[in-house]
Design a protein around this ligand. Structure first.
Ligand code: SF4
Ligand code: SF4
Length: 356
């Protein structure tokens, strides 16, 4: 986070002027489209509305795409026999993404650990390129959704985690703080510095009051301190099968989850060559764990929904030292069967430790 000398203030009326001066990257922001709020490139700055509700889909698609080509290949004859010529997709465009909710920013910080930490396996070049091409501006969240519970899982509605700049809307403008090296450099760049003043004194007090008020607005709370221990003792608890009977196995909860990161790699062949691409996958589908020999270690929906909860609250804690649910509440709000993550956590909390 920036020290006080590097926290900026931008007047409300100067927002479009500031953004209008950013010519080297595409500006993406929450946009109302066919009755749904979604991240889209901003075509007209006058229509920018930073008071729209949180987009239904998290911005993870800008970094880890739902479908992404890895390379094209073309069959070729060579002196030594047949071969193939590979072409990689062009570099991703530079973007500035505005209005990212701090829960979704925090999920990006988790995705960074999955895709960028070499000691966990492999640095993903496509994710890395997209992440480096983007400036993520998180917006301190003063309008939580009905199922938000970020503060119960270590988050905060004004958290800077995973973002480059934290923007706090105030009564007459915006306080902007560089929260990464890239963000600080950007805020001090020639495109921005003319319009901004240093935020000090009363402005910082107002920011702190807003952040405290945002914290108080988070509507749902659940105790999660002992969830991992409870899960460790309840892998075979009949609760998981009961939950599985309610679940449709549609995968919406995982596709809309900002921290879910599973994918499958597929090849598509044409007469002259083909392409390799990756697509999002989900542990809620039967095929996800289907072995070539026919065995499936998670044949029931109960096994699969159990995996989703264990992944968020135990497996990623073991592997990365962090709960990977950011409490955005999307899975609860958008599950067609109203299966609710907070209720699951409450039920797990009531389980006996070590009961099966
Ligand atoms: S969204 Fe609901 S019904 Fe669909 S897989 Fe997830 S828990 Fe099951
Ligand atoms: S598990 Fe549900 S509440 Fe947690 S981050 Fe994913 S979608 Fe949000």
């Amino acid at each position: 986070m920036a020290d006080n000398g590097n926290i900026k203030f931008l007047k409300k009326d100067d927002l479009t002027k500031w953004l209008g001066g950013i010519n080297d990257r595409t500006i993406v922001a929450p946009t109302m489209e066919n009755g749904m709020v979604i991240y889209r490139p901003v075509i007209k700055l006058d229509s920018l509305d930073l008071e729209l509700p949180r987009p239904k889909r998290a911005p993870k698609d800008f970094f880890f795409k739902e479908t992404e080509k890895i390379f094209d290949f073309k069959d070729e004859s060579t002196k030594s026999g047949s071969g193939a010529k590979y072409t990689q997709p062009p570099k991703p465009p530079e973007i500035l993404i505005l209005g990212v909710r701090p829960c979704d920013g925090r999920a990006l910080a988790f995705q960074d650990r999955i895709f960028l930490e070499k000691n966990h396996g492999f640095v993903d070049p496509m994710y890395k390129q997209r992440r480096e091409a983007a400036i993520v501006v998180a917006q301190a969240c003063d309008r939580p959704e009905r199922n938000c519970f970020c503060t119960s899982v270590g988050g905060d509605p004004s958290s800077p985690e995973g973002s480059d700049v934290l923007m706090t809307p105030t009564s007459d403008g915006y306080i902007l703080e560089g929260t990464s090296d890239r963000g600080e450099k950007f805020l001090n760049g020639p495109d921005t510095s003319d319009l901004m003043t240093d935020a000090t004194g009363d402005r910082l007090k107002e920011r702190d009051r807003i952040h405290e008020s945002n914290r108080q607005r988070v509507p749902r709370k659940v105790e999660t301190g002992n969830i991992k221990e409870k899960l460790e003792g309840n892998f075979d608890n009949p609760y998981w099968m009961e939950l599985g009977r309610q679940c449709l196995g549609c995968g919406i909860c995982t596709f809309l989850c900002p921290s879910c990161h599973c994918f499958d790699i597929q090849d598509e062949r044409t007469a002259e060559g083909g392409r390799r691409f990756r697509v999002w996958d989900t542990c809620q589908f039967l095929e996800y764990t289907q072995h070539a020999g026919g065995h499936n270690p998670r044949p029931e929906k109960g096994h699969r929904i159990r995996n989703r909860v264990y992944d968020k609250f135990k497996y990623t804690v073991d592997a990365f030292g962090m709960v990977s649910c950011v409490g955005c509440g999307r899975c609860s709000s958008l599950c067609p069967e109203a299966i609710d993550m907070v209720e699951i956590l409450q039920n797990v909390g009531k389980m006996e430790e070590g009961s099966q």
